[in-house]
Design a protein around this ligand. Structure first.
Ligand code: NAP
Length: 290
């Protein structure tokens, strides 16, 4: 029996691990994908303190992971299949693990747009990660859909490697205001305002264009969907109260069930950033230690 099982190895989970490990608790951290979570989708993180020149998501993830390992956290690349909140037991394909405390740090995943053709051309032109897949579209025309920071980041990144980038947004201003607009104002970027994608169009199994609600067809071989994210709470549905899909917590990150904590993007909060995810992890660990 561990003192703590942390489910999820993004900045929230890794920081919870660093604090628990450093305090001498036995901590198991389970991560089914890449350590760092959504951080790994960013080519450059400019607003994490102490990196004035920016740092790549991969590099920051590696640093956090190394720090958790240094403090004795047991890191396992295993996806949690079931999470039993009452018994604080987690099963993976490889085994069953129990703990005195659970820290839920499963984060969130990119939200699909939901237009026809999106599923059909997923992986054949439709992507949710510019940093991972942008290279496939070098010198070609692509589109980014969305108007938040992810869309701006993706557009900036793709404009450096693609011939043309359409930024398609359903409104006439970006969430980040003028600062964001400046970042995407580049000669090879066309801003397509007040537009919705109604269909992902393709030929011979690959994406060839995007149909807009105006009727216009944009000829692109890549489409990067950046319309927000959805929390990964499926494993705890019906066991914990959810608000809009997210887990409510108290100020110390504890859920309504004693000994069960939720940290990072998975919980109800106003600002979902790496720095607030890391803070959540530290607060949960401190509450466990109290
Ligand atoms: P977001 O802030 O929720 O923005 C989602 C965007 O998609 C919005 O512009 C929204 O339009 C649009 N959208 C949502 N549903 C849509 C639909 N069905 N059809 C068309 N458009 C739709 O998500 P995000 O950009 O992924 O950012 C999430 C969080 O991560 C934010 O807190 C952000 O600041 C942070 N982040 C930070 C960085 C960084 O600091 N380097 C990088 C990436 C993300 P409306 O504007 O009309 O609502």
């Amino acid at each position: 029996m561990y003192d703590v099982i942390i489910v999820g190895g993004g900045p929230a989970g890794l920081t919870a691990g660093i604090y628990c490990g450093r305090a001498g608790l036995s901590a198991l951290l389970l991560e089914g994908g890449a350590y760092g979570g959504q951080m790994t989708l960013s080519s450059e993180i400019e607003n994490y303190p102490a990196f004035p020149k920016g740092i790549s998501g991969d590099e920051l993830s590696g640093l956090m992971r190394g720090q958790a390992e240094r403090f004795g956290v047991e890191l396992r690349r295993e996806k949690a299949k079931t999470i039993d909140i009452e018994t604080k037991t987690v099963t993976t394909r490889k085994g069953e693990y129990a703990a005195k405390n659970l820290v839920l740090a499963m984060g969130a995943s990119p939200r699909p747009l939901g237009a026809p053709g999106e599923g059909e051309y997923r992986g054949a032109g439709v992507s949710y990660c510019a940093v991972c897949d942008g290279g496939f579209f070098k010198g070609r025309a692509v589109a980014v859909i969305g108007g938040g920071d992810t869309a701006v980041h993706d557009c900036e990144y793709l404009s450096r490697i693609c011939e043309k980038v359409y930024l398609i947004h359903r409104r006439d201003r970006l969430r980040g205001g003028d600062g964001a607009l400046q970042r995407v104002s580049r000669p090879n970027v066309e801003l397509v305002w007040n537009a919705n994608v109604t269909e992902f169009v393709g030929e011979n199994g690959s994406l060839t264009g995007l149909r807009l609600d105006s009727g216009r067809l944009l000829p692109v071989s890549g489409a990067f969907v950046a319309v927000g994210s959805v929390p990964n709470t499926a494993a705890v549905e019906g066991q914990l109260e959810l608000k809009g899909g997210y887990i409510p917590t108290g100020e110390n990150m504890e859920t309504a069930v004693p000994g069960v904590y939720a940290v990072g993007d998975i919980r109800v909060k106003s600002l979902r950033q790496i720095v607030t995810a890391a803070a959540d992890g530290a607060i949960a660990a401190s509450a466990i230690l109290a």
